[in-house]
Design a protein around this ligand. Structure first.
Ligand SMILES: Nc1ncnc2c1ncn2[C@@H]1O[C@H](COP(=O)(O)OP(=O)(O)OP(=O)(O)O)[C@@H](O)[C@H]1O
Ligand SMILES: [Mg+2]
Length: 348
């Protein structure tokens, strides 16, 4: 792995000033997409935005036009090579942004054992995914209310339970999840970081992967290692990059372009950019306040970036019909795949 990181670092350094492939380019918030933006959010990051509420949480939200869609939910795994790069913040705030746009979004906290989503939401769920896996609670009962109408499921130690599922339990759980499919447009899976089997299975089972990386070299090399691992297991996997904590749009675009270039050159993979979130002290403050920044600071630069990512992630695209091993689409398809992948992994 060290050799690989070293090679990648050299490859990235060697690309300085190279012409960058379009697929890796990231649109500046407000420039590319008209579709999911709130009318008051301004078109520019700096000049167009209204001043924030003096750093105090602003609980006002804009009404949104519902854009419900038929069919199973789209399942997005939010993941990263390196830990602490902003997955949970991005998952939570993306779900709120989707809600603003009229989409029904839910989060599954699949960072088993750590359960950071509920901490970020300042919530104390009574039941967890493991309760439904054991058949003791229904899906409706484990769906917790987060802020701004977002629902979430707390993972608990669910991965062990998932591995132990027998066929009958799996069928019951999947049937329950089929109902949840009709209730949501997007399910966001907040995975743990790294190259563990569990994270890999989550990513392989999801319809789409949102890979988060920061501009730090260690995060970039770890992101590349994860892309390489994922593409070695599924060449068709849809992986989209979000650069978090960039100081400027240019820095985000630079990182995205370099990663896309290296992925294209060494893995023959089309790594598309989904957007970026600028480094914003209000993110840190909102974490301390246990109120997602989309709610506490809806006009912060981080919130505007997240709105753009939300709009882009729901553009076009339906859940992939092929290559799912016949398990079907949506959340129930995801659960079928994950239970199969994990069983194969852990029983091997
Ligand atoms: N855009 C940002 N600007 C400033 N700080 C940020 C930003 N995004 C994240 N942070 C900081 O990074 C911390 C870690 O974020 P978060 O918990 O979302 O990462 P994570 O990838 O989910 O971590 P883990 O791998 O441990 O699950 C946050 O508590 C916050 O302080
Ligand atoms: Mg996290």
């Amino acid at each position: 792995m060290n050799d690989q990181a070293e090679n990648l670092r050299k490859a990235i350094e060697g690309l300085k000033g190279a012409r960058l492939p379009d697929s890796g380019r990231l649109a500046e918030p407000g420039r590319q997409l008209g579709s999911g933006r709130q009318p008051d959010s301004g078109g520019q990051l700096d000049s167009g935005r209204r001043p924030d509420s003096g750093g105090q949480p602003d609980h006002g939200r804009q009404p949104a036009a519902r854009r419900a869609r038929a069919g199973p939910a789209r399942v997005f795994a939010v993941t990263s090579g390196k830990g602490g790069v902003g997955k949970t913040n991005i998952s939570a705030n993306l779900a709120i942004a989707l809600g603003e746009m009229g989409f029904r979004a839910a989060i599954i906290d699949a960072d088993f054992g750590l359960s950071n989503v509920e901490v970020l939401f300042g919530a104390m769920p009574r039941f967890k995914l493991a309760d439904a896996i054991r058949g003791e609670k229904t899906i409706d009962e484990i769906l917790c209310d987060g802020p701004a109408g977002v629902k979430f499921i707390s993972g608990g130690t669910g991965v062990e339970e998932l591995v132990r599922l027998d066929a009958e339990q799996a069928a019951a759980l999947i049937a329950g999840l089929s109902e949840a499919d009709a209730e949501f447009d997007a399910i966001i899976i907040d995975t743990g970081a790294g190259l563990s089997d569990t994270v890999l299975c989550m990513c392989l089972a999801a319809d789409e992967v949102i890979l988060v990386a920061t501009p730090e070299p260690t995060s970039v090399t770890d992101a590349y290692a994860l892309i390489k691992l994922l593409s070695s297991r599924d060449r068709e996997k849809e992986i989209r990059l979000v650069v978090n904590r960039a100081e400027t749009p240019g820095e985000a675009e630079d990182i995205a372009s370099k990663l896309a270039h290296v992925a294209a050159r060494f893995l023959e993979l089309d790594l598309r950019g989904l957007g970026y979130v600028l480094s914003d002290p209000l993110v840190v403050r909102s974490v301390k306040q246990q109120t997602p920044f989309m709610i506490g600071y809806p006009r912060s630069r981080a919130s505007m970036c997240v709105r753009d990512i939300a709009a882009r992630m729901m553009e076009g695209g339906a859940p992939r019909a092929d290559g799912d091993g016949g398990d079907g689409k949506g959340l129930s398809g995801f659960l079928s795949r994950i239970s199969r992948l994990l069983s194969a992994q852990y029983r091997a």
